[in-house]
Design a protein around this ligand. Structure first.
Ligand code: AGP
Length: 367
């Protein structure tokens, strides 16, 4: 088994490094420059059917659910269809209303997560249309869905998912393009997104080049017993996923909040002992995010920002991890990558079993 590590100390490290080529694989043959659209024949949906959906509901568990939230925002932004994500583990227990004009998307790396598989069955039983965004070819969920998009991330061994999640986010960008281009999204905007998607592998490589710096930041955050991860709108699921990764392998209490919610309660906890990882992209919310960073700093809290080059922190003394800018709709894909490395190096510093964290299984096949 060790041979497969290809010289890396852990599968998680290897899988993080594989991401540029994984993204190349999911987009290969799927981008159509003539019409600024993504070709997703596997969905088994005609343009007419794609146009007919009034809503999109995404279902997944754990990190797949958080990436589903990233996907829902992309779909709302690019296709202007109301979209949301829900934890598949809760779905069937609330007698969900299944609508014929909703496109249901089940998202799963393994394709064997029982909660997600049961959600698919519930949708089908009640007559809904469900497609999959799945990594493992021929898996239970892939077979149960009426069509789908394979992630082509390759086998993922580490319990803490990385490359599959990145490909899920890119997969959602492709689905958002396909849905958008049969509605309001212009050819030019479609092409803008296609060009940005093509640039992702190179941009991911450039983030991975900063691993030594991120490892230094990890040493600092690993010293805290508890930390917050915050972000807004596009940045919120990034924060959720960042906290999740941190919890899974570094066994530190990490809690994600919408930055805007801090002042409604959690701000009371901020002091010198509780650092915050803040997602501060360069977008329409930058000023508001910076104001929240200022509030945290004013209460003695340390902040580590995941941000873009042109964000001006002014007088604020804030260490930064800078990621390359893509189109705003795709920012979450790149903002997530350094948080994988942050969790990895925190766990390394703390000396934990990175690939097989305690109490967790790679794929949860029992309820
Ligand atoms: C991710 O790091 C976790 N190990 C976990 O949350 C995982 O994403 C979840 O269990 C869903 O797994 P799946 O993608 O195989 O369905």
């Amino acid at each position: 088994e060790d041979l497969d590590l290809g010289g890396y100390p852990h599968y998680m490290a290897k899988e993080i490094q594989e991401q540029p080529e994984c993204v190349e694989r999911i987009i290969r043959g799927r981008l159509d420059d003539r019409f600024g659209v993504a070709r997703l024949d596997g969905l088994n949906l005609t343009p007419r059917e794609l146009r007919g959906f009034a809503r999109v509901k995404i279902l997944g568990c754990g990190s797949a659910y958080y990436v589903g939230q990233i996907g829902a925002t992309m779909i709302e932004e690019l296709a202007r269809i109301p979209a949301d994500a829900e934890a598949a583990s809760e779905f069937r227990y609330r007698n969900p209303i299944i609508e014929a004009d909703t496109l249901y998307i089940a998202v799963s790396q393994s394709g064997e997560t029982i909660d997600t598989a049961f959600a698919v069955e519930e949708i089908k039983r009640k007559g809904g249309r469900v497609v999959g965004l799945v990594n493992v070819v021929g898996s239970t969920i892939a077979r149960a869905c009426e069509g789908g998009v394979y992630l082509h991330a390759g086998p993922e061994i580490a319990v803490a998912s990385t490359k599959a999640l990145t490909n899920m986010a890119v997969g959602f960008a492709l689905i958002a393009l396909a849905l958008g281009r049969v509605r309001d999204l212009s050819n030019a905007d479609g092409q803008r997104i296609i060009d940005a998607i093509r640039a992702l592998p190179g941009q991911i490589k450039s983030i991975l080049d900063f691993e030594p710096e991120i490892a230094e930041h990890a040493k600092t955050v690993a010293a805290a017993k508890s930390l917050f991860f915050v972000g807004r709108v596009r940045g919120y699921p990034v924060a959720r996923e960042g906290a999740q990764k941190f919890k899974e392998i570094s066994y530190r209490h990490a809690e994600a909040y919408q930055t805007s919610e801090l002042k409604h309660g959690p701000l009371a906890l901020i002091d010198e002992s509780l650092p915050t990882v803040a997602v501060v992209p360069s977008d329409e919310l930058t000023e508001r995010n910076l104001a929240a960073v200022q509030q945290i700093k004013a209460r003695g809290g340390a902040v580590l920002a995941v941000t873009h080059e042109n964000v001006d922190f002014g007088e604020l003394d804030v260490p930064r991890i800078v990621v390359p800018k893509t189109e705003p709709e795709l920012d979450p894909i790149l903002l997530t990558i350094p948080l994988q490395l942050l969790a990895y190096h925190a766990a390394l510093t703390l000396g934990y079993d990175i690939d097989k964290p305690r109490n967790l299984a790679k794929s949860v096949t029992v309820e």
